[in-house]
Design a protein around this ligand. Structure first.
Ligand code: ZN
Ligand code: ZN
Length: 154
């Protein structure tokens, strides 16, 4: 995940607005607000945490408001859902890719690192094919300790 300083958050928001404008998609104030909250969080945030935080600026926000905004952000590869946590993180690639990502989730600090390794996806695809199974959505999430937490534990 990216460091959550104000400048980088604003940059990511502006970049998303620019990309959406170029492709004719509406990056509404609400979508921007929800994406901003995900960018500001240092760890994955759940839909309900987002709703709580969103209500500070958008009093009338409902769960449906948040889910619709999340759907847009997911569809446009701006954020990812960490399935094992049911929580959301910004895409490390700034939505520059259309890929199956793999995630490393630190159980100590809660940070999530995202990688894109084609070999992992291929290996799983081959393993599935051997079973006659056609894999659709391949989700790879590893839980453990990040390098920082390991270093400070020493
Ligand atoms: Zn990504
Ligand atoms: Zn950690």
């Amino acid at each position: 995940m990216l460091p959550a300083n104000k400048n980088s958050v604003t940059k990511r928001l502006d970049a998303a607005a620019f990309t959406c404008a170029q492709t004719g998609k509406k990056f509404t104030a609400l979508r921007r607000a929800v994406f901003g909250l995900i960018l500001e969080a240092r760890t994955p945030v759940t839909a309900y945490e987002l709703l709580d935080r969103l209500r500070v600026s958008h009093k009338g926000a409902t769960p449906a408001t948040v889910y619709r905004a999340l759907e847009f952000l997911l569809d446009n590869d701006l954020v990812h859902k960490v399935e094992s946590l049911s929580a959301f993180i910004p895409c490390a690639d700034a939505g520059q890719h259309d890929h199956a990502a793999q995630f490393f989730i630190c159980r100590h600090c809660g940070k999530v690192a995202e990688i894109e390794d084609e070999a992992v996806v291929e290996a799983l695809g081959h393993a599935a094919a051997k079973l006659g199974f056609r894999a659709g959505n391949i989700i790879v999430e590893a839980e453990g300790l990040c390098a920082d937490c390991l270093a400070s534990a020493r």
